[in-house]
Design a protein around this ligand. Structure first.
Ligand code: PHE
Length: 352
């Protein structure tokens, strides 16, 4: 029996030497120390031994068990250590490798252009006034002196919300930023109704028109409206302000020209062209060989509009203008299709 124990011990320790990983170690433990192992059978067989043999065999079996358990713990620790060393060796980080460049976000070309326009107007003393995108027919059209049969009021041109539920004052998405003129004038007039303060504001924001989407027209686009109201505000102020704006926006050499035009809410009205900043006025495909680019609509605020805003047209005059940042960005960057602006194509957006 004592010989057998010696054999068990030798066999177990030899087998343990060959163990290389946790799984094999587990198998070894079952095989040599588990319930079914030879060693455990020696323990359960002690009862069958004679009184004289029993103490010596029991003691020897115990010694083998303690030895094997100690060897198991040692091996487990050694395996752990080896695993750690391997990890340190193989998974080491090469701190000299070049890093991964973080991807840089950028502002949408419309936002960039909007900010430039507002930055320049800000330097010229204009404050930003934001106005709602969802409007009433009254503000989008009626207070702005649109006659009831104006073609822009037809269903094809505006997005109506709750169409038909408010009679002749339906809710719609604003088709231009001009309704903000009325909100702004009423806001300032309410501060001192008998003596409304002068106004010099810029109204930026998204506008919506129910149109066929093509390379040249979108259903949504930004506008920046300008509004100046005060005593003795004249058409020369309008011309001077817009000529100065053009110089700051398009360069010191940028000349402007005014062409007579028509808007229901301004009288007289004009459209402003800037000398083509691509070819310098010589003529190129961007300006269609005319040398000029149309950049905005403007005019003296119509007396009816001043009245609707709470400003007495006998005492106050004003001018207003409206321009499109997407159009300016298209001209500046030679973008040929307006659909790129809201197409969310990163290949387009990352060029700006
Ligand atoms: N609201 C006009 C448009 O959308 C532009 C404009 C604004 C014209 C202010 C005159 C004065 O075309």
């Amino acid at each position: 029996m004592l010989d057998k124990l010696q054999q068990i011990e030798t066999a177990a320790l030899t087998a343990l030497d060959a163990v290389q990983d946790e799984a094999a170690l587990d198998a070894w433990r079952v095989r040599y120390l588990g319930r079914q192992s030879e060693l455990m059978q020696v323990f359960s067989g002690l009862g069958q031994l004679s009184k004289e043999e029993r103490p010596a065999v029991g003691r020897a079996a115990n010694q083998v068990k303690v030895k094997l358990e100690a060897a198991l713990d040692e091996k487990r620790a050694a395996l752990k250590e080896a695993a750690l060393e391997r990890a340190l060796r193989e998974e080491k980080v090469d701190v000299t490798l070049p890093g991964r460049a973080p991807r840089r976000g950028r502002l949408h070309p419309s936002t960039q252009t909007l900010r430039r326009i507002l930055g320049i107007l800000g330097e010229m003393g204009f404050q930003v006034f934001t106005s709602r995108e969802v409007e009433l027919d009254e503000f989008n059209f009626q207070y702005l002196n649109f006659p009831p049969d104006h073609p822009a009021r037809e269903m094809q041109d505006s997005f109506y919300v709750e169409a038909g539920e408010r009679g002749d004052n339906p809710v719609l998405l604003r088709t231009h930023t001009s309704p903000g003129q009325i909100h702004a004038m009423r806001y300032y007039a309410a501060m001192n109704p008998d003596n409304p303060p002068p106004i010099r504001i810029a109204l930026p924001g998204m506008c919506f028109r129910y149109e066929q989407i093509t390379a040249r027209s979108e259903v949504q686009f930004n506008q920046v409206e300008g509004l100046v109201v005060g005593e003795n505000v004249t058409f020369s102020d309008l011309k001077g302000t817009l000529a100065e704006f053009a110089r700051r926006m398009f360069g010191p050499q940028a000349r402007v020209r005014f062409r007579a035009s028509y808007f229901p809410f301004t009288e007289p009205s004009a459209e402003v062209d800037v000398e083509c900043f691509v070819c310098g006025g010589k003529g190129c495909p961007v300006c269609k060989h005319s040398g000029w680019l149309e950049i905005l609509g403007c005019g003296m605020v119509h007396p009816v509009v001043l009245q609707n805003g709470g400003y007495d047209p006998q005492r106050y005059t004003g001018f207003a203008f409206g321009m499109g940042p997407e159009r300016q960005a298209m001209l500046r960057h030679k973008i040929e299709d307006i659909r790129y602006f809201w197409g969310n194509d990163i290949r387009f957006l990352k060029q700006f």
